[in-house]
Design a protein around this ligand. Sequence first.
Ligand code: KG4
Ligand code: ZN
Length: 349
Amino acid sequence: MSADQPLVLGLETSCDETGVGIVRGEELLVDAIASSVDEHARFGGVVPEVASRAHLEAMIPTIERATRQAGVRLDDLDAIAVTSGPGLAGTLMVGVAAAKSLAVALGKPLYGVNHLASHVAVDIVEHGPLPEPTLAMLVSGGHSSLLLVPDVTHDVRSLGSTIDDAAGEAFDKVARVLGLPFPGGPHIDRVAREGDRVAIDFPRGLTAGRDMDRHRFDFSFSGLKTAVSRWVQAREASGEPVPVADVAASFQEAVTDVLTRKAVLACREHGVEHLQIGGGVAANSRLRAMAQERCDAAGITLRVPRPGLCTDNGAMVAALGAQMVLKGRAPSDLSLPADSSMPVTLVQS
Ligand code: KG4
Ligand code: ZN
């Protein structure tokens, strides 16, 4: 990639990872992360005030580490991009304030971008330009959505989303029931490898009958989570040991079955030949394998970034920022807010 491509720094602070990424055009130069996840583990979930303070402490050292590793000076940057929402209000504000300060001090344009669109755009630095349109499935700790994406820099349409828990939230809650550490997704993924996926037939929410008519591309994971809790409680009450690996594998199978079934159906019904999966749950090994099998069978090309780029990071924000510059989108106003409930269809604020 030549040096005339835009050099963009991206800041991500929507949850518990301080992410600083630098992208030149469609090439990732560095993805530096400082996580406060260990500070939240004992609470079983992210504590917003703790996360905000951790971002404040980590921001400058992480920016310094990123520029050093990439061998670039702040002066060389063409633009600053930052997650302006959705996410935790306090943590977003730290990133937005840092990005505004950099933009003003360096005299560079500022792009406030949507966290969810960034999860889609990150795949550009891994697998090249995004086919237009792409069908994107976003599965993270806070969101589960099916999106039709004609243009990731300004046209993202929602086909459906979760009506209760996000997919990652279900992983985290079930992990807790099984006595596994927070965040639970990676632990369920690991433990499930030793388990039997068909040991327990857990429910597949919103996949049949009138539910399917009314909520064709929506998801529901709260009934599944309750079913797992009840099954484990009944087992404990009977005095028999809980087969943790089998429960984890059967739960994971139910989630991935619903997600991949609806994603492939959405591609078919909207005539889209490319499916992209993003967000923390896209790191799940069973989801990746099942999605590949079902896409192959349906003649759909599947794109999933490497697991490290699926979970929150700064590279994804830089990747989307660089696309904004490449497509000639106007920068955001310096008064841009941190918008904790920014809708998935609003790419830039
Ligand atoms: O995208 P992300 O890093 O943060 C949000 O924007 O929410 O997603 C975090 C979520 C957590 O719920 C975590 O348990 C889940 O992604 N996760 C996984 C895996 N790795 C992370 N879930 C299932 N399998 C995994 N391997
Ligand atoms: Zn995320």
